[in-house]
Design a protein around this ligand. Structure first.
Ligand SMILES: *Cc1c(COP(=O)(O)O)cnc(C)c1O
Length: 453
């Protein structure tokens, strides 16, 4: 499989060449030159690791021992059960696909755990080291650190906004004691963290000298890993390959739902991909009107992992929407934060918004009706999913985090704190390791230079 840049000005590459990079050299995102077609009848009865291998071997065809990597990643020890992503049925035709039973209790573990094992294997083969630099507002950083902890040849430098994450999220990151994990608590907001990452990456000499890598959601390996659970959820929710289902997806950077679009492009019978935005509604606006308008900044909400003003994976979808016309994509995304594509049919999508009051009332109604507690992000997906539910079409709502991560909002909805999974009871009492740092790229570079391998 070869990968092309959405902007058409970078050379085509193989998977192991794009794995360690962020953007293509022309500023575009890498996409596969074509989507393979999967034969459903041969996949229905496969285990999660078998299904993952069948799908990923098309995208990662130059990875040695992919079978071993997938087998080490998708284990009951890592994800709580052999199902990996079990389907919970609320009532006939209405399901939750549980994606949050990995080490950090959010769906990002599914891709990040695979990424950790892919990095380890490829770095060993190339005899290289990698220093991962990232910024997080919560879920991404902890998923990345838990995937990379203790891995040889890899250091993680994760910038987080000092004093602005929840106590639970802070403890999930800062309690890691492995020497290859470096938590930098930056005196500023999440946007300041991202600015510093951009500035460090803009210094090409520094980037090359210290082999700075990225794990953000534009990494193609993360998208490919997420395609697998759409197939898994489809098979669990249907009895025959003649049926189609709809998926409701709480969205921020358009990574999760784009993986659903890829699954459909590979032949999965998906009726609608139902996109849910929170108060930050740039994607909902696009799917309703065809107009894309990047916001100046994101509002802070009670579904914080969807608080984005510019959806970084969106360019991949637009590339297909415009018939893979890369010069047109390049013009749109390099020159403007606002454009109108209302002439192009956005087939197979529905969308809507869910605000704080919707989230609270959905958490309560799902709890009262089915005895199940869902997290605020999942609640956004369920709110919008139910509004678009169609008779005769099973609706699968993606559960993107466990409620234990967002206790404050659950208490507001239900008057009681959510249950904590085993092993997390005393998380906040564990000793923490982090370095407070100024919001300054030179200070971060000095820290990396002193601690890089
Ligand atoms: C990251 C995240 C999302 C948003 O996913 P995207 O791929 O950015 O659209 C939704 N819910 C939770 C809990 C997340 O961590």
């Amino acid at each position: 499989m070869r990968y092309l840049s959405t902007r058409g000005e970078a050379p085509a590459r193989r998977f192991t060449e794009i794995l360690l990079e962020g953007l293509a050299s022309d500023g575009g995102l890498y996409v596969p030159e074509s989507f393979p077609t999967m034969e459903l009848s041969r996949l229905r009865t496969r285990s999660y690791p078998e299904l993952a291998h069948a799908i990923l071997s098309h995208f990662m065809d130059d990875v040695p021992d992919l079978t071993g990597i997938v087998g080490r990643t998708y284990t009951p020890a890592n994800f709580g059960s052999g199902e990996i992503t079990p389907l919970k049925t609320l009532e006939p035709g209405l399901h939750l696909l549980a994606l949050s039973n990995g080490p950090t209790l959010a769906f990002k573990d599914i891709a990040m755990q695979l990424l950790g094992n892919l990095f380890e294997e490829i770095l060993k083969k190339k005899n290289q080291t990698l220093n991962i630099l990232g910024a997080t507002s919560g879920d991404t950083g902890s998923a990345a650190e838990h995937a990379m902890r203790g891995k040889q040849r890899i250091n993680v430098f994760m910038l987080s906004p000092h004093g602005r994450m929840s106590a639970f999220q802070r403890a999930q990151m800062y309690s890691l004691q492995e020497p290859n994990i470096h938590n930098l608590a930056l005196k500023g907001a999440f946007d300041d963290c991202q600015d510093v990452v951009k500035k460090v990456n803009a210094d090409a000499a520094f980037k090359a000298r210290y082999r700075i890598g990225a794990v953000n959601s534009i990494n193609w390996a993360r998208i490919a890993a997420q395609v697998v659970y759409y197939f898994k959820g489809y098979f669990a929710a249907t009895k025959s390959d003649a049926q189609s289902v709809s998926f409701a997806v709480p969205s921020g950077n358009f990574g999760n739902i784009y993986a659903g679009y890829v699954a459909r492009s590979m032949g999965l019978p998906v009726h609608k991909l139902i996109l849910a935005s929170n108060e930050n509604d740039v994607l909902d606006e696009f799917f309703r009107t065809g107009r894309y308008r990047v916001r100046k900044s994101a509002l802070a909400t009670s579904s914080p992992s969807m608080d984005i003003s510019k959806a970084s994976n969106f360019e991949r979808y637009v590339f297909d929407l415009l018939g893979r016309d890369s010069s047109r994509v390049g013009k749109l995304f390099s020159s403007s934060d606002e454009f109108d594509l209302s002439k192009f049919p956005r087939t197979g999508f529905a969308s809507g918004r869910s605000f704080h009051a919707d989230r609270i009332s959905t958490i309560k109604s799902i709890h009262d009706k089915y005895g199940v507690t869902i997290d605020p992000h999942t609640a956004d997906g369920v709110t919008v999913g139910l509004a678009h539910r169609e008779p005769g079409v099973p609706l699968v709502c993606l559960e993107t985090a466990l409620p234990a991560k967002f206790a404050e909002t659950i208490r507001e909805a239900l008057g009681q704190a959510p249950a904590r999974p085993a092993g997390f009871e005393n998380l906040e009492q564990l000793p923490q390791r982090f370095e407070v740092i100024e919001p300054d790229d030179e200070a971060v570079k000095r820290y990396i230079a002193a601690h890089a391998s």
